[in-house]
Ligand binder design. Structure first.
Ligand code: PMP
Length: 423
C-alpha cells in the first residue's frame, strides 16, 4: 500500500531572476556540441524529442548509483529515499502545471498513455452508444486512435473540428458540432505538425457551458509556454517528459480530483490496491489508484529535476528567444522561391513545416541530414492534417530554447543546397 507522504507547499523555485545566455545554456546539453558525419550537429527536431541537460543525466546517474530501490513498499533506507524523491517530483510537477493537488498528478509513460487512460477509464464508464466525442483536425494520432477504440467498444461517434487554410481551428464550426449527445472534447494545445497554438481557454469555456469535460494534449505546449492548469480550466491535461528536456518513458496525466476519483482504475496490479482478496479488491487513494506496478522511478525523479532547470531559465525568456528565432526563420524562409510554409496560424509556436517545390520531403530530409542538420520529414503522426492540405508530408524544423540563429542559417544553407541539387 502507498505510504503517506507529506506534501511540501512549494517545490519549484520560480523566484530566481534570469539572464538568458543561449551559448551558456547550450553548454548544459552535451549532445549539442557533438558532430554527425564530421559536421557540427544542428538539432531542429525538438518536436519529436528534446535534448537532455547534464543535470538530468546527473540525476539519473545519482539515482542508480546511490538510491536505486523500489518505492512505496520498503521500510529500508533506500526505499524510503527513493519514495521521497519520487513523491517530491510529483510536487514539482504539480507546481509546474499549477495544479491544486498532487492527487491530480498521475505518472504515466507519456502523453499517449495519458490519453489512453482517460479514453479507457473515463470513456468506458461514461460514454455510451450514440454519444459523441469532439476532436480536431489537428490531432496527433495519439489523440485519435484511443477514441476510435473507445467508439468501437461503445458505439459512440467522433466529430472533427475543421481547420482553415492557415491551420487554425474554426471555432464557429466547433460550436456547431456540439449537440446534446456530446460527452467529451479532446483537443491538442499546440499542433506538432503545424505549430498552431489553439485557443484552449475558449475551447474549454464553450464545452463547460454545456458541462462537457475537456482533455488537452499538452505534449508540444509544455516545452514552450507556461502551463497554468487552473487558469485554462481543463479537466485533463497530458504531457510527455521527453518533450520537456526530460527522459523518455515518463509523462503525466493531470486530472481534476473529483473526476479521477470517480473513474475506475486503468490497469490492475501492485501499488494501486488497498486490500486484495479473491472475493474483493479495494483500491488505493489517488494518485496511486492509477499507478499499477513499478513505475519509471528514475525517470519520474529526473523529470522533476529537469523542470526545476526549465523554470530557472524561465518561460518569459524561452518565449522571447523562440519568438525571435521564429521571426528570423520565417523572414528568411519566406524569401526562398519554391519554399512553401504549411501552417501559418497567427498564434504559432516553434515549428516550421515546409515543402520545397515538388521535392519529396524525404529527399530534403536526407540531404539535410548529411549536412548535419536533424529535421523531421513525413506526416508527423498527423495524417488528417496532411490529407487536409493534400500533401504527402512536410519537412519540419522545430526549435527549442537552445537553438540559435546560426542553426537557422545552417538550415537555410542546406535548403539552398537541396534546391540547387534538384534544379
Ligand atoms: N501529442 C502530440 C501533439 C505530440 O507531439 C506527441 C509526440 N510527437 C504525442 C501526442 C505523443 O507523445 P508520446 O509519444 O510522448 O506519448
Amino acid at each position: 500500500m502507498a505510504r503517506a507522504y507529506i506534501v511540501p507547499e512549494k517545490a519549484v523555485d520560480t523566484s530566481i531572476k534570469k539572464i538568458f545566455d543561449v551559448e551558456k545554456i547550450r553548454k548544459d546539453f552535451p549532445i549539442l556540441s557533438t558532430e554527425v558525419y564530421g559536421k557540427p550537429l544542428v538539432y531542429l527536431d525538438n518536436a519529436a524529442t528534446t535534448q537532455k541537460p547534464q543535470c538530468l543525466l546527473d540525476t539519473i546517474e545519482q539515482y542508480y548509483k546511490g538510491i536505486n530501490s523500489n518505492i512505496h513498499r520498503g521500510v529500508h533506507f533506500l526505499s524510503e529515499k527513493a519514495t521521497t524523491n519520487y513523491e517530491e517530483s510529483r510536487v514539482k510537477i504539480r507546481d509546474f502545471l499549477n495544479a491544486k493537488s498532487t492527487n491530480e498528478i498521475i505518472f504515466v509513460r507519456g502523453t499517449t498513455e495519458a490519453i489512453n487512460l482517460v479514453a479507457s477509464s473515463y470513456g468506458n464508464k461514461n460514454i455510451k452508444e450514440g454519444d459523441e466525442i469532439i476532436l480536431s483536425m489537428l490531432e496527433h494520432h495519439s489523440n485519435i486512435v484511443p477514441w476510435q477504440l473507445l467508439c468501437e467498444r461503445t458505439g459512440a461517434k467522433i466529430k472533427v473540428i475543421p481547420i482553415n487554410n492557415k491551420g487554425e481551428l474554426i471555432i464557429e464550426e466547433y460550436e456547431k458540432l456540439i449537440t446534446d449527445r456530446t460527452r467529451f472534447v479532446s483537443v491538442v494545445h499546440i499542433s506538432n505538425s503545424l505549430g498552431t497554438i489553439n485557443p484552449v481557454k475558449k475551447i474549454v469555456r464553450i464545452a463547460h457551458e454545456r458541462n462537457i469535460p475537456v482533455l488537452l494534449d499538452g505534449a508540444q505546449a509544455a516545452p514552450h509556454i507556461k502551463i497554468d492548469i487552473q487558469d485554462i480550466g481543463c479537466d485533463f491535461y497530458a504531457i510527455s517528459g521527453h518533450k520537456v528536456f526530460g527522459p523518455t518513458g515518463v509523462g503525466v496525466l493531470y486530472g481534476k480530483e473529483n473526476l479521477l476519483d470517480s473513474m475506475p482504475p486503468y490497469q490492475g496490479g501492485g501499488d494501486m490496491i488497498e486490500t486484495v482478496t479473491f472475493e474483493k479488491t479495494t483500491y488505493a487513494e489517488l494518485p496511486h489508484k492509477f499507478e499499477a506496478g513499478t513505475p519509471n522511478i528514475a525517470g519520474a525523479i529526473a523529470f522533476g529535476s529537469v523542470l526545476n532547470y526549465v523554470n530557472k531559465i524561465g518561460f518569459d525568456n524561452i518565449l522571447k528567444h523562440e519568438n525571435d528565432l521564429m521571426e528570423y526563420a520565417n523572414e528568411i524562409l519566406d524569401s526562398i522561391d519554391d519554399l512553401r510554409i504549411i501552417g501559418t496560424a497567427k498564434e504559432k509556436s516553434s515549428v516550421i513545416s515546409f515543402l520545397l517545390g515538388d521535392i519529396h520531403p524525404y529527399d530534403t530530409g536526407t540531404i539535410l541530414d548529411r549536412l548535419g542538420i536533424a529535421v523531421r520529414t513525413g506526416i508527423h503522426c498527423t495524417q488528417p492534417v496532411m490529407d487536409r492540405f493534400g500533401i504527402p508530408g512536410t519537412v519540419r524544423a522545430s526549435f527549442a530554447f537552445y537553438n540559435t540563429k546560426y542553426d537557422i542559417d545552417m538550415l537555410v544553407r542546406g535548403i539552398k543546397k537541396v534546391i540547387d541539387m534538384f534544379s
